[in-house]
Design a protein around this ligand. Structure first.
Ligand code: ATP
Ligand code: MG
Length: 384
């Protein structure tokens, strides 16, 4: 008897002609999640089965697999020889002794003497005889005991389903640049887009020495957590210290955040051109703070030449975002109290509905191109 893990996938089967491609990427992502752990992944029809792994690491393997986008559910099961008594003894090990149950057989091995219905009845009958407090309920059982008779003379037996991350395999929906601050929202935004299959590169702006090294480490940690879902991540780190100083010196104080956002967007587009990213992703949510009005978004979108800006959280409440942040494990890190560059030179009364003409006029006091080139020249790249 050998432990196995069964992986069922999500929407991949919907993808018609592209199915082969989706499955190939999914397999690569599963393999990547288990890199460094002994295992084999096989593909009997319609599902993936992990075998030959170190059973003492089962929990760790399940935890890693459950984060791979595209995984719908997982089950830990047992693989045994296809033999009626062996099957029964194994089912008995995982069966409850009270409450309701049903047996569900899938028979790929058509040579087995009992058909699915007959095997359900046989195993169910033996359980009822051994455990008198047990009852069958075919409509709403407390426990379903699955028996999967494979063609190769082996049978898989399992019961509980563990929920996976859902979504689509990362790498099947292009690539995007995520503006990753140290806050609660942007990691969630990245998670949501990655969940739809997009590969994510992070871009973080700091204003060292106004912001400290811990702020940077915090962002690296957030990127590392996201990388657990995406199978690795590249983080670009760019200083906007000089840009902020120039805005502070030459432009109206209340425009700091508005103007800084436009620089961030321009730099993000430049970096995207170099990395092949096809969009920019932010954690903005409509009306959440002064800079996240539709006018604020208009002002920052206006400097983007070619790429769409995705704002997956635009219609979310803060409480909804926090709920996801907790679920994906970024919340605790996000609330560590280190300053973000947006809080440096923060005016008492930032403009809430920036007028594009006035923004452009204020910005005309700056050598925008030179400031961007200078910022890009100091770009650092961290692989996580
Ligand atoms: P978050 O929780 O993501 O920090 P927030 O509610 O603090 O968001 P803002 O500070 O207005 O909102 O930032 C809006 C968006 O701009 C962020 O979600 C992020 O995508 C981007 N952003 C802000 N600061 C930075 C930064 N230092 N580096 C990279 N992107 C940033
Ligand atoms: Mg923030």
């Amino acid at each position: 008897m050998e432990k196995i893990i069964i992986i069922r996938y999500c929407e991949i089967h919907l993808k018609g002609k592209n199915r082969g491609y989706f499955e190939k990427v999914f397999m690569i992502n599963l393999e990547r999640a288990l890199a460094g752990i002994r295992h084999e992944i096989r593909r009997p029809s319609g599902r993936y089965v992990v075998e030959n792994f170190d059973e003492s690491r089962t929990e760790e393997i399940v935890s890693k697999l459950s984060k791979v986008f595209g995984v719908h559910t997982l089950s830990i099961g047992l693989k045994v020889k296809t033999d009626l008594d062996v099957i029964y003894n194994t089912v008995k090990q995982i069966a409850p002794q009270t409450g309701t149950f049903k047996v569900e057989t899938n028979r790929a091995d058509k040579t087995f003497p009992l058909n699915s219905m007959e095997l359900n009845a046989e195993i169910g009958g033996r359980l009822l005889a051994d455990y008198p407090a047990l009852k069958v309920d075919v409509h709403n059982p407390q426990k379903v005991l699955y028996i999967d008779l494979r063609e190769n003379g082996s049978t898989l037996i399992f019961s509980d389903m563990i929920k996976g991350a859902g979504g689509m395999p990362v790498g099947t929906a292009g690539k995007g640049t995520l503006l990753l601050s140290g806050g609660i929202d942007s990691p969630v935004a990245g998670y949501m887009i990655a969940k739809r299959g997009m590969q994510i590169e992070g871009l973080h702006f700091h204003s060292y020495p106004y912001t400290n090294m811990q702020a940077r480490e915090k962002v690296e940690e957030l990127a590392r957590i996201l990388a657990g879902y995406t199978g690795g991540m590249t983080l670009h780190i760019v200083s906007v210290t000089h840009i902020q100083e120039q805005i502070h010196k030459n432009c109206p104080a209340e425009m700091m955040v508005t103007l800084l956002r436009r620089f961030m967007m321009r730099i993000a587009e430049k970096i995207s051109e170099n990395t092949g990213s096809q969009c920019i992703i932010t954690g903005e949510s409509l009306g959440q703070v002064a800079s996240q009005t539709i006018e604020g978004m208009t002002s920052s979108n206006a400097v983007i030449q070619n790429l769409p800006v995705l704002r997956p959280l635009v219609g979310f409440d803060k409480t909804e975002i926090i709920e996801i942040a907790r679920k994906i494990g970024t919340f605790e890190t996000s609330v560590l109290p280190y300053e973000d560059c947006c809080t440096v030179f923060l005016p008492k009364h930032p403009v809430i509905k920036p007028d594009l003409k006035k923004v452009e006029e204020a910005e005309s006091k700056l050598d925008v191109e030179a400031l961007i080139l200078e910022a890009l020249s100091g770009e650092e790249i961290v692989k996580l």
